[in-house]
Design a protein around this ligand. Structure first.
Ligand code: PBG
Length: 331
């Protein structure tokens, strides 16, 4: 009595009500984090050619968008600065300015929309004239001296009111050093989201164009600190180290080409695993939709379900606002 015709899997797909009833993975706006690119000035909202549907925003516009995001049920935003080329230096020291673009933006959003979580990258690439994430000496990024600067950057962000510091630099030992400094500074509730598993990826292209960090990277790229896309065991090691050093959450990045890594990490650790649908992934979906290959929101939604099915607790996606407008609120 087993098998067809007694068992017809299609019965469970026969109507919307039963599909809704048995769906294993759901997405809602509460799963998304919206990355935003901040520029100096006021009233500016300028489309980013490399990222259709995403804009460069002055701080006042970031505040507007943060309000809209909160209204749609998106729990958090992630801020990325676009620094004027003349302010970039080899040591990226403007990253430590308490009145810099990001700290000012954090304070403005906190004042206007205190309920939304604010996440900020800890890394020097938007601020250095060479575009690397740390101090570049004799053809490579030096680890320990970079960690010292990153600690100060993280403290600057925490002081401004940033809720989540997100080291995206891939230096060794930075999570422990940042956690110790946050504790010592009294920032006991500042979360650390470690970009624990960040691969050296060509999918970051549109992001680097958007923040203007690509120009000087050269052929070597970031391969001496970002991970080799071929490695999963190494991903597990990175995650275990960062959790032991005090990371509250870990991230896998890029996302869609690395869903297997998300699943492997999820199976191994007892902290939330986040994923980043990076700029090149978003641009790919937008380009496909523009070419008529598929519906943009449909493909975006399907990609979000894939992330959650793989084990991601939340997803950074440039499409967060667009998709949240299409989804019901709450979980
Ligand atoms: C900087 C940083 C990068 C991204 C997030 N933080 C780029 C890089 O490492 O070169 C990429 C995000 C994206 O492509 O959407 N450390």
């Amino acid at each position: 009595m087993s098998g067809y015709p007694h068992i017809r899997p299609r019965r469970l797909r026969s109507a919307p009500w039963v599909r809704n009833l048995v769906r294993e993975t759901v997405i809602s706006p509460a799963d998304f984090i919206q990355p935003l690119f901040v520029v100096e000035g006021s009233g500016i909202q300028r489309p980013i050619p490399a990222l259709p549907g995403v804009d460069h925003l002055a701080i006042d516009r970031v505040v507007d968008v943060a309000k809209a995001a909160h209204g749609l049920g998106i729990p958090a935003i992630a801020l990325f600065p676009v620094i004027a080329p003349e302010l970039k230096t080899p040591d990226g020291k403007i990253a430590l300015d308490p009145d810099g673009l990001v700290p000012r933006c954090v304070r403005a959003v906190k004042a206007a929309v205190p309920e939304i979580g604010i996440m900020c990258d800890v890394a020097l690439d938007p601020y250095t004239d060479h575009g690397h994430d740390g101090l570049f000496v004799d053809g490579d990024v030096v680890n320990d001296a970079t960690v010292e600067v990153l600690v100060r950057q993280a403290l600057t962000l925490a002081e401004a009111g940033c809720d989540v510091v997100a080291p995206s630099d891939m230096m060794d030992g930075r999570i422990g050093a940042i956690r110790a400094a946050l504790e010592q500074g009294g920032y006991v509730n500042t979360l650390i989201l470690s970009y624990a598993v960040k691969y050296a990826s060509v999918f970051y292209g549109p992001f680097r164009a958007a923040v203007g960090s690509a120009s000087a990277l050269g052929v070597k790229g970031k391969h001496t600190y970002q991970m080799d896309g071929a490695n999963v065991i190494e991903a597990l090691k990175e995650v275990e180290l960062d959790v032991a050093e005090g990371a509250d959450m870990v991230m896998v990045k890029p996302g869609m080409p690395y869903l297997d890594v998300i699943a492997a990490v999820k199976a191994r650790v007892n902290v939330p695993v986040l994923a980043y649908q990076v700029s090149g992934e978003y641009a790919m979906l937008a380009a496909g939709a523009a070419a008529g290959a598929f519906d943009f929101l449909g493909v975006l939604r399907e990609s979000m379900i894939s992330f959650k099915r793989a084990g991601a607790s939340a997803i950074l996606t440039y499409g967060a606002l667009q998709l949240a407008r299409e989804l019901p609120h709450g979980r």
